[in-house]
Design a protein around this ligand. Structure first.
Ligand SMILES: [Zn+2]
Length: 365
């Protein structure tokens, strides 16, 4: 997960008091039978507690067969897109029986200014005579190019010339980490473009809170899918997440991000780059206490403590005990106390000594 997504994490649980109500802007054809059916299936879905990500009868067969989380937009926001924001349907349009629903998730703040979490798109189409929902990704990816190389289905915009060398390098990365971590590699879809917002658009996201700023490499992994921008066919960090994470569920967030950064870098820069930056920053800020490192979040918009220091700790564990030690580290528990305990067990460093230890280790960079 990258910084941009972490910023979205900051968006509040507290809105659940709104309930999940739906309103409509003027919908052309709202009295037409099919438009009505589409509105009905969408309303029924929203009323079915989609934040609980249960099996949903309102979705098409293909997505129900192949995925646990049928609605790909749900996990684009934390804890879920469906965290209680009122939903305003902006438009419903159709072409040859394929309906597109454009919905805004927003509320009006006390001072009257609107807060918009996102504007997203769903599709609806008839399946055995009944309208079912489709992810925008399913529809939009048909307009992208696709190349399968090894076990990866690469999807990319028409302007891009496919780089086989980089694709093969990514396949080799998958084979190497899976072998060392004793995981069976599984095929997955890899969506990439030059700019992050092209990928957002592909997923059906027209607007999301945090949009804008300078475009930099970004990525995200979720159930059999990697989305990334700015690095072409080789974005190994997210590939670590999509291949490995589910096989080691009992690990701390910092272990996951540390492993991904140690093995695959972050935002197109290797671990060393992040460590040089972190060392310089910490020297300028001697008051930052790394004994409580889990309380630290982003260093700036290019690096975060869980990449840099998480990666450094993974590296030290690897240097001491190789892949066996890393596998143990990846099974050491999800709680903060588990993480500190694992560091003490594996590296012999007590939590109270972490600040001195890490600052000293960083001097090598
Ligand atoms: Zn990550």
């Amino acid at each position: 997960m990258t910084t941009k997504f972490l910023q979205i994490l900051i968006v509040f649980y507290s809105l659940s008091c709104f309930g999940q109500q739906i309103t409509y802007k003027h919908i052309v054809d709202s009295s037409a039978v099919e438009t009505n059916e589409v509105m009905h299936v969408f309303e029924s879905y929203i009323a079915s507690n989609p934040q609980e990500k249960n099996y949903s009868e309102y979705w098409n067969k293909e997505v129900q067969t192949n995925y646990v989380d049928v609605d790909f937009l749900a996990s684009e926001f934390q804890p879920s897109l469906y965290m209680g924001y009122p939903i305003h349907v902006l438009s419903i349009s159709s072409m040859n029986g394929l309906y597109q629903i454009k919905a805004q998730f927003s509320f009006c703040k006390a001072d009257g200014t609107p807060f918009v979490l996102a504007i997203v798109n769903y599709f609806a189409k008839k399946e055995n005579g009944e309208f079912k929902l489709y992810n925008a990704l399913h529809v939009n990816k048909q307009h992208w190019k696709c190349k399968t190389n090894g076990m990866i289905n690469f999807y990319f915009p028409g302007y891009h010339d496919f780089d086989f060398k980089k694709a093969e390098k990514l396949n080799a990365f998958v084979q190497r980490i899976c072998k060392n971590l004793e995981v069976n590699p599984t095929p997955f879809d890899y969506y990439f473009a030059d700019h992050f917002d092209e990928v957002q658009k592909l997923k059906g996201i027209d607007y999301y809170v945090g949009m804008g700023g300078e475009s930099m490499p970004s990525g995200k992994a979720s159930e059999g899918k990697v989305y990334c921008s700015g690095l072409g066919e080789y974005y190994p960090h997210e590939v670590f997440h999509v291949q490995i994470d589910e096989h080691y569920p009992n690990k701390h967030f910092w272990v996951s991000e540390g492993m991904a950064t140690f093995l695959g870098g972050s935002r197109g820069k290797d671990l060393e780059w992040h460590l040089i930056k972190t060392n310089a920053y910490l020297k300028r800020n001697p008051a930052i206490n790394l004994n409580n490192l889990l309380e630290l979040d982003n260093l700036d918009n290019a690096t975060a403590y869980h990449y840099a220091l998480g990666g450094l700790l993974v590296k030290k564990v690897y240097e001491k005990g190789g892949w066996e030690a890393l596998k143990k580290f990846m099974r050491s528990g999800t709680a903060d106390s588990d993480y500190y305990k694992a560091i003490e067990e594996q590296l012999g460093i007590k939590q109270t000594a972490l600040n001195a230890y890490l600052r000293n280790e960083l001097e090598a960079y």
